[in-house]
Ligand binder design. Structure first.
Ligand code: HEM
Length: 493
């Protein structure tokens, strides 16, 4: 009997030493919700309904300040929302590895640009960076304008009735990313496929959130064999097959055209090749630089990042504009002055729209489409006076950073003039597109799309709220979302 007790004791000691023994760690001196032995704060995580996680985290920031620690078993998650700390994390060339919950998306986005790390990520970023060069964006201008005109026409047909923003806008952004970056035209007669795709993206977000809050589901084997994991696999197959169709469509077109489209360059001298992002990837495949699986990963990544983020920003943006007629009028005047009766908007017109740019910046300050980003720390580094050890996870709270009163007085108010000419209080006070080596590769595309759309809408309509001053409850899955639909009216000018 004594021998059995001794063996059991020895096994318990080894397990404790291996999994639960606490190292000396400066993070343990930081505030945070009280941690229980062994499980840390896992219980709090489990108790938070997935759609309330944003509220819980915002409350913790209010309670514990801009550096607090949340412990999941023996993993320390450092939450930050101060600009100098955000700079220390994002500007550091070594902090490029995404945190564990991103890996829950692996079966969808694979080793695409958002999830990958190390040398693989560097190689892919190098292949993909030219696809968002100014000259390529210039070629996208006509398509973006065409899609905007379609939307304006559809809104005119609505004759001032209430319009639910997110479904309409996300159709527009999905059609636009497919036609620009993927070179594939989606028609409205394919709308059931697009609706299925958009629903699957929403479900992926919710299913991922629910997995985050149940730590036993973090294990791949347990999750994949659970009913939730099987449901998730079904959702993913809808999203993936939509992306596959887009790739096949473009491949078929290329085979028909025997190569890439040739278009007249804007200076009229000779011809210049217009490469959609997908063409560039297919060319890289021909050169053996990427395989078909890699192309699928990137197409899935860019279709998701390229449509959902901008749709959310435009949805919140139109909601804010509806409540601020003075801002709409000022955009209208600026656009009319710049276009001076012209039918088409050029890249240089867009660059001149400084007030509209300030409006978009303020929209993304109040409602950053990506409210948090997470990093796994591979090497010890200093965050100001604090040593952050390898093995820590850092969550950067963009949402709370953007709502700080010391950086943005009257932070809850929509005041685009904050961004007119004033010096920022800190270079990392405003990071809707992240910053540093893993910043958003599509930010110029996003600004171009949002400027084109909002300028055209304000030129054609007065936007009126359904209920003045109403604000939806917010939740965050992969992106920030309104819990309830947002309605506005578009009254032709
Ligand atoms: C308002 C619009 C957008 C916002 C606010 C936004 C924001 C962000 C943020 C914060 C990140 C960093 C994510 C992280 O570190 O986890 C990111 C990364 C990324 N974004 Fe965007 N994004 C927007 C539009 C777009 C568009 C239009 C595209 C594609 C055309 C795009 C493609 C990507 C990709 C591929 C990455 C990963 C980049 C890398 O890690 O190298 N985004 N975006």
């Amino acid at each position: 009997m004594l021998v059995e007790v001794l063996i059991l004791g020895a096994v318990a000691l080894v397990v404790w030493l291996l999994f639960f023994k606490e190292d000396e760690n400066p993070l343990d001196k930081l505030p945070g919700p009280p941690r229980k032995p062994i499980i840390g704060n896992s219980w709090e995580l489990f108790q938070s309904p997935p759609d309330k996680l944003l509220d819980v985290l915002v409350d913790y920031t209010k309670k514990y300040g801009d550096r607090y620690v949340f412990k999941v078993m023996n993993l320390r998650v450092l939450h930050i929302s101060g600009p100098s700390d955000v700079e220390a994390v994002l500007a550091h060339s070594k902090n490029i590895k995404k945190s564990a919950p991103y890996q829950f998306l692996k079966d969808w986005l694979g080793n695409g640009l958002l999830l990958s790390t190390g040398a693989h990520w560097h190689r892919r970023r190098k292949i993909l960076t030219p696809t968002f060069h100014f000259n390529i964006l210039k070629n996208f201008a006509t398509i973006i304008e065409e899609k905007t005109q379609d939307m304006v026409k559809m809104l005119k047909d609505k004759k001032g009735e209430d319009v639910s923003l997110m479904p309409m806008i996300s159709d527009f952004t999905l059609f636009t990313i497919c036609e620009t970056a993927m070179g594939t035209k989606l028609d409205r007669d394919q709308s059931s496929a697009t609706v299925d795709y958009k629903n699957s993206v929403l479900n992926i977000g919710m299913q991922m959130l629910s997995r985050i809050t149940r730590i036993w589901m973090h294990n791949d084997v347990i999750y994949k064999n659970s009913p939730q994991g099987k449901e998730f696999a079904k959702t993913l197959s809808v999203a993936r097959s939509f992306a596959d169709d887009v790739i096949m469509d473009r491949k078929a077109q290329r085979a028909q055209n025997q190569g890439v489209e040739e278009t007249e360059s804007s200076d009229g001298i000779g011809t210049k090749r217009r490469l959609a992002m997908l063409d560039l990837l297919l060319e890289a495949e021909e050169k053996g630089q990427i395989d078909m699986e890699g192309i699928r990963d990137e197409v899935n990544t860019f279709m998701f990042e390229g449509h959902d983020t901008t749709a959310i920003a435009l949805t919140f943006g139109l909601m804010l504009l509806a409540d601020h007629e003075d801002v709409q009028d000022r955009i209208y005047e600026e656009v009319e002055n710049i276009l001076n009766g012209a039918d088409h908007v050029t890249m240089s017109d867009l660059a001149d729209m400084k007030y509209l740019e300030a409006v978009i910046k303020e929209i993304l300050r109040l409602y950053p489409s990506v409210p948090f980003i997470g990093r796994d720390i591979d090497e010890d580094f200093k965050m100001g006076d604090l040593l952050v050890k390898a093995g820590t996870t850092v969550d950067v709270h963009i949402y709370e950073l953007h709502h700080r009163e010391d950086l943005y007085p009257e932070a809850e108010k929509f005041k685009p003039e904050r961004f007119l000419g004033n010096e920022m209080k800190h270079p990392y006070a405003y990071v809707p597109f992240s910053a540093g080596p893993r910043n958003c590769i599509g930010q110029r595309f996003a600004m171009q799309e949002m400027k084109t759309t909002l300028s055209e809408i304000c030129r054609n309509f007065k936007i009126v709220p359904k209920v003045k001053g109403a604000r939806p409850r917010l939740m965050a899955d992969l992106v920030l979302r309104p819990v309830d639909p947002i309605y506005v009216k578009f009254i032709p000018r």
